[in-house]
Design a protein around this ligand. Structure first.
Ligand code: SF4
Ligand code: SF4
Ligand code: SF4
Length: 329
């Protein structure tokens, strides 16, 4: 749900009154813990040991989201998108060490790693956004962006520990861009294009508890043990051919990092070597909201009023005519 300018300012005024009362009689601030996984949370499992670096998922992501491919279509798999950007929501990066001879080995080895939005359980981007332009779906947990509500402050960019949201610095009316788990495809009975297209089962889509169970199953297997693995989605019944289980590091990335994420990862190479940050189990959002409420109880209202005024000014500059504010009600 977005907030109209009128309602925003109305809310800001109400907040001002409440916070003024708080200054007169401050209430004790309470620390909040991490948020819980939503009841129908969906996400992705990426298994680096199954990834062959074909980048079919990179191309499929662009097609599914109407993003330009920077080389002719017949050479699309050579698209050199090596960094997330406003036109690249999903990239496959390569780790190489020494002679880079053996796959999924840290020394003298190599590995691939997928980078896209982690759909955090308690997202910093959502917590930092002053106007609810970045929201987390209460049922599925997908973190989405609403350009109409955005005031261009880029707090979400600064608050994301994974460096995911990208801002159109070169556009007259800039927006934020990132993966939204292809939730626009769901009404067609489709799901994340990156998982749908992955030929090896390295990326699969599904309910987070099932993805976590599958990740734990793989980690419990003896390396070399032959088995089939889900492909595309835990819900479609697709499976790979029988193949040997890999040797993993003893870590499911995303199970606990930063309060947990709805994208989980397995790898044979330690995750910090693959460029993923080491994060505490407590979410940054819970820490910052606790500090904010503890130290700045009395300053909330001025901040909200300022945010409201910025929103009003920014939206006026975007508006080509008519009453845009009421269209969000
Ligand atoms: S499509 Fe699958 S195997 Fe190919 S690069 Fe993407 S994740 Fe790796
Ligand atoms: S990875 Fe970053 S952009 Fe994605 S939900 Fe988490 S904080 Fe938000
Ligand atoms: S879920 Fe969709 S938008 Fe997100 S990385 Fe995969 S293909 Fe791209």
């Amino acid at each position: 749900m977005t907030v109209s300018r009128r309602n925003f300012l109305r809310g800001a005024a109400a907040g001002c009154t409440a916070a003024t009362a708080a200054v007169v009689a401050p209430a004790p601030a309470e620390a909040r813990g991490n948020k819980e996984l939503p009841p129908e949370a969906v996400g992705l499992l990426f298994d680096a040991t199954m990834c062959v670096g074909c980048k079919a998922c990179v191309v499929a992501c662009k097609e599914a989201n109407g993003l330009p491919i920077q080389v002719p279509m017949e050479r699309a798999y050579e698209d050199p998108s090596q960094a997330l950007s406003p036109t690249s929501f999903n990239i496959i990066k390569m780790y190489k060490e020494g002679e880079a001879k053996t796959k999924d080995v840290e020394q003298d080895g190599f590995s691939f790693i997928k980078r896209s939005c982690m759909h955090c359980v308690d997202p910093g981007c959502v917590s930092a956004c002053p106007v609810q332009a970045m929201t987390k779906d209460a049922k599925t947990g997908v973190v989405s962006y609403n350009a109409d509500a955005c005031i261009g402050c880029r707090y979400c960019v600064m608050a994301c520990p994974f460096g995911i949201p990208k801002f159109d610095y070169d556009k007259a009316v800039p927006e934020i861009h990132k993966c939204q788990l292809c939730n626009h495809l769901w009404k067609e009975g489709r799901f994340s294009a990156c998982a749908d297209v992955c030929p090896t089962g390295a990326t699969i889509f599904g309910p987070v508890p099932k993805l976590l169970a599958e990740a734990k199953r793989r980690q419990a297997m003896t390396p070399g043990e032959v088995a089939k693995f889900p492909r595309r989605s835990t819900e479609t019944g697709d499976q790979t051919k029988e193949k040997p289980a890999a040797k993993y590091v003893d870590h499911i990335y995303g199970e606990k990092e930063g309060g947990g994420t709805q994208m989980l990862m397995l790898s044979g190479v330690p995750f910090d070597k693959l460029g993923l940050p080491k994060l505490p189990e407590r979410s940054y959002a819970s820490m910052s909201e606790t500090v904010q409420h503890t130290l700045y109880d009395g300053l909330v209202a001025p901040a909200v009023v300022l945010g409201g005024l910025l929103a009003a000014t920014y939206r006026s500059s975007r508006k080509k005519g008519g009453s845009e504010e009421d269209s969000h009600e």
